[in-house]
Design a protein around this ligand. Structure first.
Ligand code: ME8
Length: 674
């Protein structure tokens, strides 16, 4: 419901980013998502406070600055300016940009730490365990996955030092309740992950100070210690509102607790376990909701090395416009699931949705308004085609509001584009050009009025998503951008004064643009060669999947949640190129010095062939003999560990689990799988 009379507050935060200097589309995702929600809430009449900023302390930054031959502060100052430029470029309407190097933040973090210490929730002891520098996270041996950081898959270092500890374990029962008995965290899959992997696995007290580096907030009463970067970072959500360890600023106190902390899935643990525990210890109210979205994945090698800058948001925004980029991001991922970026899906979406559906509707309608009525259009004579159309216009605001209040911008956009699609169809069935010829002016006027109304309602509801374009659309109808939602029912505006406008989005030649993007990428590619470890670590981060676990499977669970629109279709002809055959395993052995590979001798009808398969961690050679499997028979042969592999056998994977795909009933080897 619109909040027209009393302004209710809405406090929304996105993560404060590490000023690492490598902004890619993924980083933009959360902030643009947050911006769409902030704008929508403002339109609904809320008093919105939208916070973002930078997380500037820690060993990682200290190391980077040293490598760059500068001080940490000078290092971050330059990068912070760049990220502010990015938000400006993308029309991000934040209320405050906080930096963890801000003096009042630093002082407040010191007070918070002292307060927790005085209360007995922080105590001094010795820390022994593992530390992941890139994630700035401590881990116990049992929390590691294959001896590596469970968040990013990178190597961890032994850490032993005197440290202050926060009594996290003490809050475990309350946090468990918060997660399992309220709607604090969404989507639900994350709840199980937090409860099973962390709380029920035993919540240990948390090391909250470091002595091995200096770039951070010094513990006021023990200056050799630096406050753990996550305590420093998470506190930004309250210090931004002036919280000084005791009180909030008078003018911003009303915003706490946060209504929504928005972020990607890898930092949910910090926000739903550590952060509530700190707030509990400070006797502060808890945030209302934490929403975790998935990752924007950069398909295969697209994001790596030479092609890294293809997804530089500055490049994409400069070439295709900020709204094209915002729109792509806001439609890229279904709620909670991952999405995959490719240049092709990006360009195709601009062409299909923005240029064809939206652009054509506005241009065609504008042209007809001017051509038939000099641009001035009022009500005319209703017709049989109108009922469904006007009902859809009437319903749209409610549908969009429901999705946005559920924090699902992707779904909200789907609804808006359903109306745009319906309006295009309405033109095709009412055929205004025929009405003009037959002289049915009253009917023609009504048809154009209905279309203007559809464009007005869709355009207004597009303001939070693509503000610049939506402004142009409303301008073409002779309307101003409303501050609030206004009357979004059919008939809300009685008379239109329409003018023609230029195409909202030019039609892109996808092939040519892909080439251009490739050239830009090559031109901007980083020249330095990364170490093998760095490359592996980057890959691990790019391919991070559900549940903090690094998947060894080629496709991840979340991928199954792609919407129809996200999927890249192949034609039946494409599919027919793949020859799938049933094969019988005649013999099987381990491949020397390769712990994942098995060498299989397969019978495929009359033919015998060798295939190397990466299933050794899931099947023993003995188990394989006699099995019937599905073989991709016409895959180009490839030499692996000196063995020519002629084909690939199919498996199904889910997280760490991998099982063979086999025929459901007995059938001869060589049988076609179709
Ligand atoms: O974690 N897809 O900062 P960070 C979607 N400083 N979102 C992505 C993404 C991708 N591929 N890559 C990054 C930190 N993000 C801490 C946060 S908050 C108190 C401290 C987004 O620079 C996503 O929101 O590593 C993710 O949670 C955030 O960037 C992490 O940014």
């Amino acid at each position: 419901m619109a909040k027209q009379d009393k302004k209710e507050k809405f406090y929304l935060t996105t993560p404060i980013y590490y000023p690492s200097g490598k902004w890619h589309l993924g980083h933009c995702y959360t902030t643009v998502y947050g911006d769409a929600i902030a704008r929508f809430k403002r339109m609904e009449g809320y008093d919105v406070y939208y916070l973002t900023g930078t997380d500037e302390h820690g060993q990682k930054i200290e190391k980077r600055a040293t490598e760059a031959g500068t001080t940490p502060k000078a290092f971050v100052d330059g990068l912070v300016e760049e990220i502010k430029k990015l938000w400006q470029e993308l029309d991000v309407s934040y209320t405050k940009f906080i930096r963890t190097t801000d003096k009042d933040h630093v002082a407040a973090v010191q007070k918070i730490f002292k307060r927790l210490y005085d209360k007995g929730d922080i105590y001094k002891s010795k820390y022994k365990g593992k530390y992941c520098t890139p994630c700035e996270a401590f881990w116990t041996e049992s929390q590691l996955h294959d001896g590596k950081c469970p968040d990013c898959g990178r190597e961890v270092q032994d850490a032993e030092e005197e440290s202050y500890f926060f009594r996290l374990g003490k809050y475990a029962p309350r946090i468990r309740k918060l997660l399992t008995e309220t709607d604090f965290l969404r989507p639900e899959s994350r709840i199980n992950e937090m409860v099973n992997n962390f709380i029920d696995a035993g919540l240990e007290d948390l090391a909250v100070s470091r002595t091995s580096f200096t770039w951070g907030v010094p513990v006021e009463f023990d200056p050799g210690h630096i406050v753990y970067v996550w305590i420093d970072a998470l506190s930004n959500y309250i210090t931004a509102l002036g919280y000084d360890g005791e009180n909030f600023s008078a003018d911003t106190a009303k915003y706490w607790p946060a209504d929504l902390h928005l972020m990607a899935k890898e930092i949910v643990r910090f926000h739903t376990i550590i952060w509530p525990a700190i707030l509990m210890a400070l006797d502060l109210p808890l945030p209302k909701h934490v929403v975790a979205h998935g990752w924007l994945l950069f398909g295969g090698d697209k994001m790596s090395k030479s092609k890294g800058n293809v997804v530089d948001p500055f490049v994409l925004s400069a070439r295709y416009g900020k709204d094209a980029l915002r729109y792509y991001l806001l439609r890229a991922m279904p709620f909670g699931a991952d999405g995959a970026y490719t240049g092709e899906t990006f360009l195709t979406r601009i062409n299909a949705d923005l240029c064809n559906d939206l652009g054509n509707l506005v241009r065609r309608t504008g042209k007809m308004n001017v051509q038939y009525f000099g641009g001035t259009v009022t009500r005319g004579k209703a017709g049989k085609e109108d009922g469904a159309m006007t009902a859809q216009i009437d319903a749209l605001y409610g549908e969009v509001a429901a999705e946005m209040n559920d924090y699902k911008p992707q779904r909200a956009l789907e609804k808006i584009f359903d109306l745009i699609g319906a309006a295009n169809k309405y033109i095709d069935c009412t055929q205004p050009w025929v009405l003009s010829k037959t002289g049915d002016t009253e009917r023609l006027r009504e048809v154009l009025y209905v279309l203007d109304e559809a464009i007005r309602v869709a355009g207004t509801l597009l303001l939070p998503f693509i503000p610049e374009t939506a402004g142009k659309i409303l301008g073409s109808l002779g309307l101003q951008c409303p501050e609030r939602n206004g009357n979004l029912r059919f008939g809300g505006v009685k008379e239109y004064h329409v003018r023609e406008i230029d195409a909202l989005f030019p039609r892109l030649n996808v092939e040519k643009e892909l080439e251009e993007l490739e050239k830009l990428a090559q031109a901007n590619a980083p020249k330095e060669k990364k170490s093998e470890n760095e490359t592996k670590a980057d890959k691990a981060k790019e391919n991070k999947t559900l549940g903090n676990k690094q998947s060894n499977a080629p496709c991840c669970e979340d991928k199954n949640m792609e919407t129809e629109n996200e999927r890249e279709y192949i034609t039946i002809d494409d599919f027919c190129k793949v020859q799938l055959r049933v094969a019988e395993v005649l013999a099987c052995e381990k491949v020397e010095k390769a712990d994942k590979l098995l060498k299989l001798t397969l019978k495929v009808g009359e033919e015998t062939r060798t295939v190397v398969s990466g299933i050794a961690k899931h099947y023993t050679p003995e188990e394989m003999v006699g099995k019937r499997v599905v073989l991709v028979a016409n895959l180009k042969p490839r030499v692996m560990r000196g063995i020519e592999s002629c084909g690939m056998i199919l498996c199904a994977s889910q997280g760490d689990k991998l099982v063979l795909v086999t025929p459901e009933a007995a059938i001869d080897s060589g049988a076609e799988v179709c």
